[in-house]
Each structure stands twice: as structure tokens, then as C-alpha cells.
Write a protein that binds this ligand. Sequence first.
Ligand code: ZN
Ligand code: ZN
Length: 501
Amino acid sequence: MRLVTMAAIAATGLGAAGAAAQEDFVIPDTVAATATQLADTGLESDLAWNILESLTTEIGPRLGGSEAEARARDWGVQMMNELGFENVRIETFEMPYWTRGEMAASITSPFPQNVAATALGGSASTPQGGLTGEIVFFESFDALLEAPAGSLDGRIAYVNDRMVRAMNGSGYGPANRKRGLGWLEAQARGAVGLVIRSVGTDSHRMPHTGNMSRPTPRSVEQGAVSDVAAAYLQEAYPDFANEPAQSQIPAIAVSAPDADQIERIHAMGETIQMHIHTTGGWQEDTVSGNVIGEIPGRELPDEIIVIGGHLDSWDEGTGAVDDGAGVAITVAAARLIADLPRNPRRTIRVVLFGSEEVGLLGGFDYASRYADSLGDHVLASESDFGAGRVWRFSSSVSDEGTAAMDQVGRILAPYGVVRGDTSGGGGGPDIIPMAMQGVPTFRLEQDGTDYFDLHHTPDDTLDKVDPAALAQNVAVWAATVYLAAELEVDFRTPDEQDGHD
Ligand code: ZN
Ligand code: ZN
């Protein structure tokens, strides 16, 4: 009964939208039936689970640039070959390589005790024996930005900024500012270290790691950093246009309960001293790479639909939800499509991106390597928001393509998916470099209510994944990607075609 009601609601909404835009696009009955059949098969399929179990068990943690990530690439090649993908290959690229090393942190005064902490990606190591300093407490990242130059000399900046739980993850961006450029703002004001409340929504003693940002002259021009930091960059990193500025201070995240502890002691009016010891830092440059496999199109093999997830993970968990799930979902969906009696019209290219966590390096390498053929990339999307159910379908395509996607949305409705935005939806992190070059995108948005409980923690492990939710992802990905590859519709806007033809 519930499914029938949802379909009826979706149909009403789409009818109104379609009338305002243009005539309804018609999906041929046989094509629609095949899409529904694919989705029904996906709901019953355990293929994604088996892929995810294999990756998280046989490879485990796979930090971008590490030997484990190289093993994951070999695993990916073998897995795609066994599943019958064509043109399976690894495309490597060089990258800067950071490793975590050892980590210990404690409050030394007024109430001595250890805290659960982890280094942020890109953190500098502490001096031999660690460093001890007084905490300067900032309730928010914005409060840190208001501190004058020199005001943190010899001390440790602490930034609180709690993350708000939300189904679409909208609390992440605001809370993540302190992780991205907190190091620079603290260092520019004289701080010898940065401590942040973990960017996450759980209340467990699990610190969340994640990459720190490196400013570019362009981002500085666009106002990404404060005036204090901008002036400091010019002075301390005169060559930062060519060599991205890296943190010279240790930057760590403490778990939520430990952040609560610091907050309480601060509220008592006490001066807090902390000790930090971390040996993380930059190593020699290393190699990462993308793993690619294809289902060649039967009529338009040069027209590419890119889907995928990222193969790397942070080093502390086994990367089940971030992003083993995305790898498993998109590979399994493509495999279901390959099982059809004949391939769809366009080529489906599955890309398992390398080194996403440490700067979208695989996404950027892909976009530059295929710069000449991006005009033939008709659609792209990455699954990288955990393993929760897909609940909304958004797209950013031509008007004609939008009308077709509205009808795709009607086919997805019985599987619990509503139609979402039709512009600026974005296709996932590794798709950004392609989308910046005009490749149209879609997104199967997942319920991320619990995603940031696990995100970038040691707790990101297979047992957190619900097999039924994973299968629902496969179902809607298989139907959507099949329709995108089969329908006679142009997803690119006319301008972009003129530019590339
Ligand atoms: Zn991810
Ligand atoms: Zn991540």
C-alpha cells in the first residue's frame, strides 16, 4: 500500500513539473519494463555485499598512496575481470604521501587525563617528546577568524563547532571548515598546535580524521582565508603558488566525549594545558591510481556514462561505508546491466577512483587524462555517501535530459525514491573535476542520517552496513544507469555539444 501511495504522489508532482517545462518524455514500454526488472533483480542480489565483504576483509584499510591501496587496485582488476567487465585497466599517477604515525594526547592540567585523538591528514609531527601548551578555546571557527595576529603565540588553538545531524549531510560543510583550514588560521596567529572537536555526529570515543586543505592563490583571492592568514601566507609561504602550503603544526581531532570534557573544564573558568605527541608527516612521493572497467555500448560506444566510487579509505577503519559501499554498489549495478541479453546503446564506464580522501586526486587525474573526450561523456555520478538507502534522485542535465530524468524518477518511485533537484545536484566528489568541464551529472542521494557517526573513524567497518539497504542502492543504480545508457535523449546542453563536436 505504501509503495502505491508514493508512486501516486510522485506521479502528481512530476505531471505538474513536466507541464511547466515541456511535453512529457516517453520511455518505451519495453525499456521501462527492463529497468523495473533490473531493479527487482537488484533488490534480491547479494553481489554488492559480496564485493564489499571481499574488499573490507581481504584488503582492509587502504590509505591513498599506500601499499594497501596498491593491493586494492590489483583486487579491483581481478574482481572486474571475474565479473566480465571489458577494457579493465589501472591508470596510475604520482602523489604526495602522508602517513599517520603514532599519536597520544592528554590534558595535563588542571585535571590530568588522556583523551581519544587522531591526527588530521596532512598534520605535521610534534617535536621529539611531544609538545605541551595552553589551550585557547574557540567556540566556533568564526571566533578563531576574529582573533588578531600574534594572539595565539606559543599556545594551542582549540575549535569546538559541533556538527548538526541531517539526513542530507548538510551539517558537514559548516563543521568541516575547522578541519580544512583551521591549521592555517591557527598557525598564522602564532599557534603551535590545533585541536578540534571531531567532525562527526556520534557520541562515542571515536575521533574522526580527514584531510586538511591547502590554500591556492585562487582560493585566497576568492576569500577562503582571513586577512590575517592571507598576509601570513605571502610572508611564510612565498612560493605557495607553485608549492601548496602545508601545515607546520600538529593538527588533531578529539572524540566528541573528549571535546565535551574540554568544554566543561573551560566553562569552569580553568586554564587548560594539553600534551600532544604525534609522529605523522609527509613521506616521499608515491603512486596511486584509478581502476577502470567497461560495458561497451552496442550503438554509441564512444558515448560514455561514468559511474563509480573511491577505492581508497582512511587508514583506521576498513572503509566499508566510505567508500567500499560506493565501489560495491556501482560495480554490482553495472554487472546486472551486463547480464541483459544485449548491452545498452552507450558505454558504461565504472571508475574506482584512487586517493579521493587525500584531495580528489583520482578524480582530477581522470578529468585531465580524458580531457579530449570529456565532450563524449554524457553523464557522470559517484556513490560516496555511505550505505544508507537512496531516497532522492537529482540531476543536472539539459532540458531535454531533465524531461527524461523526470520519467526515470517515476520508475524509481516504487523503490522509495523521490525526484529531487533538477539543477546543480552535483555528481559526487570525484565527479567535480569532470563537472567543472561541463559533464552533466546525476545523484542518487542516500539517507545520511547516521553516516557521520562512522565517517573517517576506526568504526567504519562492514558490520555497520545493512544488506537490504545496500541492495536497494544496487536496484536503483541499475535501473537509472541502464535507462541513461539506453534512452534516446541528449543529456548535454546544446552549447556544450557545439563546443565539442
Ligand atoms: Zn568518501
Ligand atoms: Zn571520506
